[in-house]
Design a protein around this ligand. Sequence first.
Ligand code: ES4
Ligand code: ZN
Length: 326
Amino acid sequence: DRLPDLLRLMPKAELHIHIEGSLEPELIFALAQRNGIVLPYASVDELRSAYAFTNLQSFLDIYYAGASVLIQEQDFYDMAHAYFVKAAADNVVHAELFFDPQTHTARGVAIETVIKGLHRACVDAQAELGVSASLILCFLRHLSEEKAFETLEQALPYRDKFIGVGLDSGEVGNPPEKFARVFARCRELGLHLVAHAGEEGPPAYIWTALDVLKVERIDHGVQAIKDPALMQRLAQDRIALTVCPLSNLKLCVFPDLAQHNLRQLLDAGLAITINSDDPAYFGGYMNDNFTQTFAAVGMDAEHAYTLARNSFEASFIDKATLGHYI
Ligand code: ES4
Ligand code: ZN
């Protein structure tokens, strides 16, 4: 069976990766030691054994705790560099990385430290690994829109170092329209716009992400299947969904991978992509997501080709460069 080899070897783009979610337990411990931080876990194995999640919030609690070891610019560089090495090994040739500045500024880390470390890793990824990479700044939706505006202000001196903004963290109770004004401002600034919607939240959140925030892609979006009119809208406008199968499995959005709806969404003509979300926490990088999902839902080489092409078409790569990939 040559399908797993095709999945591993085909060039692909990753459009949904929280860089703080690529922090492996070993690196968490190494950075804690480097920065003199005492973790509430005795060992790497003890930390990893805490990775048993029941929903999004149970994961976010441990994900924000893990990110607390990131202090210096070099810490952010080392985290992103480790991700790019894994991405290159999976034949990811382009990646758009989410980062959560508020997770760090709330602890007294300057946004300059965050952005400079991550951006330098993106520059080196191209030179050393042939991976093109850009950054997308995410606002934490459990915090206020006022806090999002403050974060945008702090980031604007580094406007040339990120290509867009997104919306992440706890979804239910924090609908996209809570961030209508700050997204309108980002749109005026010429930033690309994306938002998590329909991961745990209802189809209504996908509608308002599109119609109020005017996002170009939906992160997750798997709950769209409950709303036929929304399915039609997503198909007609070629709105990409950045789906993360192993994430959905680990956060109990689906009871097992065989019941994931990705194949139904793809066969309905939606612009589906496969992504890793938080690979250090969900047990797999890009090729793990591809091989396990294909085995579970029974897709073929044509699905593989469509998913790879979708990943480039849904990316924010400029039109001229896109022609090198598709
Ligand atoms: C996230 Cl899986 C997921 N959902 C929402 N926000 C997030 N931040 C990091 N991972
Ligand atoms: Zn995500």
